[in-house]
Design a protein around this ligand. Sequence first.
Ligand code: ZN
Length: 871
Amino acid sequence: MSNTASRTQFHLKDYKAPAFWIDKVDLTIRLNEAQTQVVAESHVIFNDKDWSWPQVLELDGDQLKLLDLKINGKKWTQFEEKNGKLFISEIPQEFTIEITTQIDPTSNKSGEGIYKSNNLYCTQCESQGFRKITYFVDRPDNMAIYSTRIEAPKAQYPFLLSNGNLVAKGDLENGRHFANWEDPFKKPSYLFALVAGDLDVIEDSFKTKSGKNVKLQVFADRGRGHRCQHAMDSLKWSMKWDEERFNLEYDLDLFMIVAVDDFNFGAMENKGLNIYNSVAALADAKTADDNTHYKITAIVGHEYFHNWTGNRVTCRDWFQLSLKEGLTVYRDQEFTADLFSRTFQRIEDVTGLRDAQFSEDAGPNAHPVRPLSAYSVDNFYTSTIYEKGAELIRMMEVILGREGFAKGIAKYFELFDGQAVTTDDFVHAMETANNADLKQFRLWYSQAGTPIVDVRSEHDIKSGKYTLHFKQTLPNTPDMSDKKPMHIPIKLGLVGMNSKKDLIDSNTLIQLKQTEMSVSFDGITEAVVPSLLRDFSAPVNLNYEYSDEDLLFLKANDSNLFNRFEASFRLQVAAIKDFYNAEKSSGSPKDYTALFKALADNLEHASEDPLFVSSILSTPSWGTFEQDMKDIDPISLDKAIDGFKKAKATALEKELCETFEDFKPGLEDFKLTPDAIGKRRLAGSALVLLSMLDDNKYLDWAEEMFNHPMMAARTPALGAFLNSKDQRANTIVKKFFDEFKNDGVIINKALYIKSALSYGGFSATLNEIKSSPEYNAKNSNNVRSVWRGLCWDNLSEFHKTSGENYKLLGDAVLEADKFNAHLSAGLVSTFDNFKRLAEPHHSLIKTQLERIVKTEGISANVFELATNALK
Ligand code: ZN
């Protein structure tokens, strides 16, 4: 794929509405393998508000073969095709244009436009895939009413689906049939969708609060209908939750979900016809663990919630992507928080944010939540746009209060329903509804980087005056220096060391707006430990000189459960850094008896809140260290994390054994309650930790769990075997692979595990995988799984000093880039933070990035990421 032509930067400041609008389009799509024909009849009107007459109509296109072009029914020859675009001249101000193109879905492996996945046709149009279907004003501010007629062979493709409502269907000649769909809502082209195939389907219905009956369908490949129920349940929970929490009701009579095996990301919110990656949709107790079930619920919620935040109100341009993504992530986080456990959800979200987004903010591709420029729109789909974007929404909720925030949301729809708008418009709705001033808050959208907040305290016990001094620093990022101070909401408490109680209102909120600020409290006559940034009320790095005793105190006594977790997290981070330094200097780490004893205390009371305790027990991951350390020796870091876990397992052996025995899954039914998930999670973590000890007994336990019928039991067993680095692991992983190699969904898990173990070295594993007939080198799930297993879960092997695995990843990037630039961009970003690594890793990765950048014809996506990384 030579995208070199598009290697120009585009800028937010250049935004201008298009010269022509298409407000109505009737599509006829004749599916016919490599010779699929698309007829698009569109109504076009000149945009006289922003442009002066005359103008040329400019339509986007990509890899299209133009067969015919008519204007107002007459053949038109006044046009030019250049760089994939169509320029049509000598046109009137309002007309109908009929464009016939031919496309080839069978050889389309890009995951965009219309393509085939197994034996079905499906689409992905966000962000710029519609231009692979027909010439169009393919940008989100162009909203139109769509009708779609699909024609295909009936026997092979009994289901023909598109957006909106089915209005007609029938038979055609030669064994073909058709279906006509009409979507009554205006939408941008990125929300168009089509599916044709022979599918399993499960059906249900939902009665909305105003009494409308909505038909619900979940489709999957034949033979997988029994794995659709969890997505269906999640959909119904989502519909109900959005009515209760935000008063938002579904607007069509039909809602469909289709799971496909070839998909570039999790899922897509096309109007009325959501398309999912099968790994993000299909689940039953036998094949999906707790984590998968949980994630599916969140994703189903996410895509469903887009119907309002994304579809009814959409983005003016792609720089505004966080308008819909940040808001919708916030909504799905709130949904699962209400459904499962608020504290657990917050811990998971903050952990994910710090691992992925804070690293991104500290790396070469740092960008603001509303970026100013880019080479590739695809590169906007980042954790900054999604997860940090969600934090911005959450901060507004904290600042305005839950009720004020709800008023703001109502105002947002009142002002902008049916329109394509900006993040500024969203903030404006919040301001208007609350009579608030969020001018300074808007800086969160335009300034990249994670703010640092340094806090110190002063206490005069005699007078009872306690003062906190805050200071914010905005670190430079590659795109910007000299930033302005931000508006940072900081929730806090003061916990009395004798009373073990909050001495000020537990909901105290401080709003830091200047560079420095001091706040005093009176009547504080006992010693306190400040509990700062409760619930992680702002996405910042907060420093306060806590002693270990302070943190142990908070961990045991803070009324804010999130901050209890935070205290134990801080203690563990410090411990791992100590293990790392010991590893590098061949010294020995300090004594962590007190920390381990504190963790043991939690385990004693685990059954009260197993989900929360499972979070406390978890160990900080690689990403935590990558973002704030320099000159990292990756192998020592990997050893340090393992060494710390082993010390934890040794110290807690007795409690872990009890935990495992108490909570290990039996043969009961699989239940998805917080209590059941929490207990399985605890038993699983205990097992994985115990497997680090040299005692065969624990691997026997793991084997017992591996033979369990439920995946929720088997996943930790696999984790235990990987951890143990024992001979037996090889047999187990092989067994697992053989069991699932013919399952298009679970094969991905099997591939991941194979790479994560890589018995005999990764290159041997890779060769073995590539030669197994079940592996599909063009399927992005397959490819991603192989590399994630290595890069996420087998770090010492990945970072081998020979550099051979860096070279293999470089090869994989270039190979994938030939057919799927999303896939290659995902792979190349693994190298993002190479500058933080010590030699020889630094130079070895640099060589790979340079090789990639120099390669003729690489995609704009990879070019942009790799060039930034090298800068
Ligand atoms: Zn989304």
